[in-house]
Design a protein around this ligand. Structure first.
Ligand SMILES: [Zn+2]
Length: 79
């Protein structure tokens, strides 16, 4: 993947740059926002927003963020 500092990740839904512009921060932003457009985008990637949110809330670590960050990177690469 390209360098995150020079090529910040923008939210695929609202175009916002989350904090450092890393894919993980973008994933956090998507979970943190959690409105319908953001939920719909996650679901459209073949994931379940609710399942990822529950997973994140009930298990230690950042697994859900990492899964979503990977999907964000994949979606970026397609452009
Ligand atoms: Zn957003």
């Amino acid at each position: 993947m390209s360098d995150q500092v020079n090529d910040p990740v923008l939210c695929p839904v609202c175009g916002k740059k989350a904090k450092t512009g890393s894919a993980i921060d973008c994933a956090r932003h998507i979970f943190g926002t959690g409105d319908k457009p953001h939920r719909d985008w996650v679901n459209a990637q073949g994931l379940s927003f609710i399942d990822l949110l529950i997973e994140q809330a009930t298990t230690p670590g950042n697994k859900s963020y990492q899964i979503l960050a990977e999907v964000i990177e994949k979606a970026r690469a397609k452009k």
